[in-house]
Design a protein around this ligand. Structure first.
Ligand code: PLP
Length: 353
């Protein structure tokens, strides 16, 4: 179950936090697995008019879902084979190099109109964006190199934005400020969800909220963000096992005493990390229960000793009582990977809780 109402509430929480800066909705990877064709229009209805996707194809699908109007930035930029489609569907590339700036400028010259673009400056993450020497060249020749373009956003991305005390944030902030001072003025953006919590100096004109919209960041202004993804599955069968009996493949769980095992209809093919074998937990009959044995492809076995449970009952793997961050920590990963790996039929509700 995906709570669209929770996504829009979380969006409004970012607006309250970072206003007057605008809040963009990051909906790459199919809106973090929540379904961009539903999430996009829900955010737009809540007042979001700026979106980020990673791939061209995501931008095309989002444009179909949103119609003309909202700004859609494509983080991959403008490789030459993407240029015609970007122009035809009013998608704004985030240009990551001088070569991309030159290519997009050539397309602008050929179409006899200035094309909108964002420019991504690498301030230390070393992943995407203009490295320092390219920034220097761009600044020295900005009149020529940006002549055919309409730079609508200057942006960078924090490597450690989710760590409040990490010195790298200050370093990237000051590099970003220097970069802005070198280039012609344009709206600026540095913070994603994590960076938004670092405070006003990080907000600039636009914050780019991704994981927080989907309930993945722990706190906003002291108030928890709303849970978006609720993942439940039914109990298929219950069995009582004796002391010493094994459970599941390789019998990695051994009962220390008589134990009640519930077999639940969701496994790693549906997005329960196999790494949670013997480590994960879920919520059943009002109690937290532990995984017992290996996670199978379509099933997970849990220890439900002492609980009133029957076949057909629902077990919660993610939701208000099984927090995303907690499940991610147990699986040695992060909320982003848990959400984007879910592969179950999605049902939507407009409710926020
Ligand atoms: C994914 C991404 C975001 C959103 O990050 P969250 O941590 O999910 O809020 C923002 N900006 C860029 C460049 C990204 O790649």
């Amino acid at each position: 179950m995906v709570r669209l109402g929770a996504i829009t509430e979380n969006y409004k929480s970012f607006q309250r936090l970072a206003g007057p800066a605008a809040v963009a909705g990051v909906v790459k990877a199919d809106a973090y697995g929540m379904g961009a064709e539903f999430v996009g229009p829900a955010l737009a209805a809540a007042g979001c008019d700026t979106f980020f996707v990673a791939r061209l194809e995501e931008g095309l699908a989002l444009r179909r879902a949103l119609g003309a109007g909202p700004r859609i930035f494509v983080l991959d930029g403008a490789p030459s084979d993407a240029v015609p489609a970007l122009i035809a569907h009013q998608l704004t590339p985030v240009l990551n190099s001088l070569a991309q700036i030159a290519g997009w400028s050539a397309a602008a010259a050929a179409s006899h109109c200035a094309l909108d673009a964002a420019i991504h400056i690498d301030t230390g993450m070393n992943r995407l964006g203009l490295p320092g020497e390219e920034l220097g060249l761009l600044a020295a020749e900005s009149k020529i190199r940006l002549k055919a373009l309409n730079p609508v956003l200057l942006m960078s991305h924090l490597a450690c934005g989710d760590e409040v005390d990490n010195k790298m944030n200050d370093m990237q902030l000051s590099r970003f400020r220097s970069a802005l001072a070198m280039l012609p003025p344009a709206p600026a953006s540095l913070a994603a969800s994590g960076g938004s919590f670092l405070g006003q100096p990080y907000w600039f004109d636009l914050v780019r909220a991704g994981i927080g919209l989907y309930g993945g960041a722990p706190q906003i202004g002291g108030k928890p963000l709303k849970t978006v993804a609720v993942l439940t599955a039914r109990v298929l069968q219950l069995r009582r096992i004796d002391k010493g009996d094994g459970v599941g493949y390789a019998a990695t769980f051994r009962a220390k005493e008589p134990t009640m095992i519930a077999t639940v209809a969701l496994g790693y093919a549906g997005g329960i990390p196999r790494a949670l074998s013997n480590k994960g937990s879920a919520f059943a009959a009002g109690k937290c229960v532990n995984f017992a044995g290996r996670v199978s492809m379509d099933m997970t076995t849990v220890d439900v000793s002492g609980l009133e449970l029957k076949a057909g009952d629902s077990v919660e793997f993610l939701g208000d009582r099984m927090m995303l961050e907690e499940a991610a920590a147990l699986a040695d990963t992060n909320a982003y990977e848990i959400l984007t790996r879910l592969r179950v039929p999605r049902h939507y509700t407009d409710a926020a809780s």
